[in-house]
Design a protein around this ligand. Structure first.
Ligand SMILES: [Zn+2]
Length: 465
């Protein structure tokens, strides 16, 4: 039986149970079990202290760094301490380092120097000393694409495209600007630019530059690429506005560089299923982070949500029917080697995968879950709304699963991928910036997230094929 069909039958059974047996004993005991999960998380939770340790005692953990390795060792030790059967899954990862020099100045023809706050984008080459060039501003990636070679050649390009503040879901605003970070340098280089800077991807006007991945298209010159904080991007725009001759120079220095691929690991921890032990539910987030801040929301919170969910289920002596596998993925931020290698590896091992859940949208107050799956699977998800109403969750709809679990779709086309959805309004004030620190995570919101995920795993596991 194919996975999709199997899942539909499961969905049918589960949905009928839920809809027809409103007062049944199963329903009542399920409701109590979920209530107990929340009580454990909110009164005896470990989530906040575990996140503090990850952020403060380890810190930022970019793939290939010593801190990333420390996080792997911490993760396995923590899973062992919470009673999971653990192992490390070896992977090859890219290794990029920021270096120590990051300097950005605007210089006007009047001789004014304006210091700018910026960060090299992940994957960028360095400037090999000081790079100076006439700066040219574009309001969007599309306007850069439309520019002629004559306009751009020999200059440093500045793409000042702002995230769309009209969007209610900030991830939609981010999605609209995402290609700007990945592709601006390549588009600029194709037209002969010598450097590329972008407006940071964030909604607030703030002093924190936001880094993230960029990629060089095949065959283009690798030119240095950086992001300037939104407050300083506004400043640059004002300088252009007040300067009719537009003869503004950017001076930049960065000594970031790439190293050969390194060996790293995904961290796996399991609770074996009692009834369908060969059917696996993967639950996880990514252990790596960008190298600024502490990776507290992205994705320390997601790692901790999932770890705490497993701890709670263990603490409550829950015996799952399916095998529950917790995965701390490595290298989501700049390559997704952890997610890709995992999906290939489980397929090669002929494992059966029932569903996957990811938390990688921050540690804010929970709103619900999205499903990347079939209509039936999404319909099943919608039936959970009444179950979670008392816990203030209301988003149960079609949507994204997650970057790390995404490749499982290729290995198992029918598999439903569920994404945990917290409130998104403040996420991009911190995302990929020095502002993504432990102090910006709220203890209660983090605990509620862990409880929501533990409850979701429990409900998913109760589906009887
Ligand atoms: Zn993330």
């Amino acid at each position: 039986m194919n996975k999709l069909k199997a899942f539909s039958i499961v969905v049918f059974f589960f949905t009928s149970t839920l809809l027809l047996a409103q007062d049944s004993e199963i329903k009542t005991s399920s409701a109590q079990f979920i209530r107990d999960i929340y009580t454990e998380a909110l009164t005896k939770g470990h989530a906040y202290e575990d996140l503090r340790f990850l952020c403060k005692e380890i810190g930022a953990r970019i793939t290939g760094s010593t801190e990333a390795q420390m996080a792997i060792e911490w993760g396995q030790k923590k899973m062992n301490a919470y009673g999971l059967e653990t192992r490390l899954h070896e992977i090859q990862v890219p290794h990029w380092e920021r270096g120590t020099k990051e300097v950005f100045y605007l210089k006007t023809s009047g001789g004014d120097h304006i210091k700018l706050r910026g960060l090299a984008l992940g994957g960028s080459v360095g400037t090999k000393g000081t790079l100076r060039g006439r700066l040219i501003e574009f309001e969007s990636l599309d306007s850069l694409k439309a520019a002629s070679i004559e306009m751009v050649k020999g200059k440093i390009v500045f793409v000042n495209q702002a995230m769309d503040a009209k969007q209610i879901q900030t991830f939609k605003a981010y999605g609209g600007c995402y290609p700007l970070r990945g592709n601006s340098a390549s588009v600029a280089a194709e037209k002969g630019a010598i450097g590329s800077v972008i407006r940071s991807l964030g909604l607030a006007s703030d002093p924190h530059p936001h880094t993230g991945s960029m990629y060089y298209a095949d065959g283009v010159d690798k030119i240095p690429a950086a992001a300037i904080c939104t407050a300083d991007a506004n400043k640059i725009h004002a300088v252009f506005k007040n300067n009719p001759k537009q003869d503004i120079e950017l001076v930049m220095e960065m000594d970031c560089r790439s190293f050969p691929d390194a060996t790293s690991y995904n961290v796996l921890g399991e609770i074996k299923g009692s009834k369908y032990s060969d059917e696996i539910i993967t639950v996880g987030g990514h252990l790596d982070s960008w190298d600024t801040g502490e990776g507290a929301h992205d994705d320390g919170a997601g790692i901790i949500h999932c770890l705490e969910a497993f701890r709670i289920l263990k603490e409550m002596n829950y015996e799952p029917q399916h095998t529950l596998r917790l995965v701390f993925f490595m290298n989501e931020e700049n390559g997704n080697k952890g997610g890709k290698t995992y999906a290939k590896w489980v397929k090669e091992n002929e494992e059966k995968h029932f569903a996957a859940i990811e938390s990688d949208r921050g540690g804010f107050a929970p709103r619900g879950f999205t499903c990347d799956g079939s209509e039936e699977q999404i319909e099943w998800l919608r039936t959970l709304a009444p179950v979670f109403k008392a816990y203030d969750l209301h988003v149960f709809e079609k949507g994204y699963g997650g970057v790390d679990i995404g490749p499982l779709k290729e290995s198992y086309p029918g598999i439903p991928l569920f994404g945990f959805v917290p409130d998104s309004q403040r996420y991009f004030d911190m995302h990929h910036s020095p502002n993504d620190v432990f102090e910006n995570v709220n203890k209660r919101e983090l605990e509620l997230g862990a409880a929501a995920i533990a409850s979701f795993i429990y409900i998913l596991d109760q589906k009887n094929p």
